[in-house]
Each structure stands twice: as structure tokens, then as C-alpha cells.
Design a protein around this ligand. Sequence first.
Ligand code: ADP
Length: 236
Amino acid sequence: MRIVLVGPPGAGKGTQAAFLAQNLSIPHISTGDLFRANISQQTELGKLAKSYMDEGNLVPDEVTIAMARDRMEQPDAANGFLLDGFPRNVSQAEALDQALKADGVELDAVLDLEVPEDEVVKRIAGRRICRNESSHVFHVTYSPPKKEGVCDACGGELYQRDDDSEETVRRRLEVYHTQTEPIIDYYRAQGLVVTISALGKVDDVTKRAMEALDRQVEGKDQSDEDKSDSEDGDDK
Ligand code: ADP
């Protein structure tokens, strides 16, 4: 399965992506996590990305697309992946389409996580993430770790992201509305979008997401069959 996850900052993309990727046995590819790994390793890419991320702006397409493509070409992504945070504007979506087309594959679904703006702000203010590669996400009230400041999954240190300050969050939301939301229409035109509410317990959202993805994939298989039936018909 090839899935794109979209939703505003704080919608719970990272949290859901981790569960969904596990359920579906596909790698979770998060451009935000890849940038943060580069920042902690102090690479050139990390230094560049940080200057944009700290302002709540998008990292330039050229480096983002190259990084995402590079990750998608790894062997574990050969049969599918869950993209989280990419594409984030229409030109990235077009670049992704081209890359998939070159490989002769296509997306199965775009899962759109919907959440009201005041909830987003509450979620982000309490968000804590693991410093280790696992990048697990917790919330001080909504999903606290068993031990304060420590990741349940790997024992790593939990921290608050630099770009989770109130001012930067406001800018990130603005960027989401102006640059990222248009990709929902772009994918809707391809019949790929499934929208679910991201409110409620983490488990319930995961269940909702799995059901929505199943429905989308079944519907898509059916329409592919119909298409090939009518193509067969045209040949006669
Ligand atoms: P969130 O979804 O909560 O905003 P992410 O971890 O996905 O968080 O992204 C954090 C930041 O990383 C973004 O605000 C942006 O600066 C940068 N970033 C992540 N993905 C992309 C992308 N596809 N294109 C450009 N910048 C990106």
C-alpha cells in the first residue's frame, strides 16, 4: 500500500502513522523526522532545514524532494510506504506523482486527518517527542508516558520541539492552509482522498483510519476492475 497522510500540525499524523505503518507492515516515512535526524547529526542539510523549520516555514522543495525520493528508494519501501508530512505543497505532489509513474506504481489513498484549530493548539503545546530514532510522540495530558520525560517504547529522553512554540505554531498553521491544503483538492481530483476526524482516543482514530483505508482500497480495486473491463470492451 502507498499512502499519504495529510493534516494540520498537531493532527496526530506522527502518532497515527506509527500505528498504521505497523498494522500495514510498511515503513513510516516522515520528512519532519528525517530533517530532525539531520539536525541532531548536524549535517549540512540539517543546518539548512533548521533555519526554515524554526520559523515555521517549509524547507525548499529541491532538498525536500531529493531527500524524500532517496528514502523512498530504500529497499524496505519497495512494496509500499506511509508518507507523513510529504508532499506538503502542490509542486511536491507533482514531483511525487512523477517519481511513482517512473516506477510504474501509484498511490492507493490519501488519508486526511481533520481536527479543529483550537484543539491543534492544545495538542501542540503539550506534545513531547522521543529524542531517539523511534520518534515516539506523547502528550503531557492526553497520552502521558508512564514515567515523566522518558519514552515508554525505548527509554529515550522526551523533549519539546523548538518549532512547537506558540508563535511558530501560528505560522505553521498559516503555511498549512495556504500551501498544504491545496494538495487535498489535487488528490481529490484523482479520487484518492479519505477524510476522517482525528478527535478522540488514539486507538479510536487508528481504528477509524484503518476502516477508511480499507473502504478506499476496496473501492479503488473495484474501479480499476471496471476500468479494465471497459478497456477490454473497447478492444472488441
Ligand atoms: P508537523 O506536521 O507537526 O508540522 P513535521 O514534523 O511534519 O511537523 O514538520 C516539521 C517541519 O519540518 C515543518 O514545519 C517544515 O519546516 C519541515 N518539513 C517537514 N516536511 C516538509 C516538506 N515536505 N516540505 C518542506 N518542509 C517540510
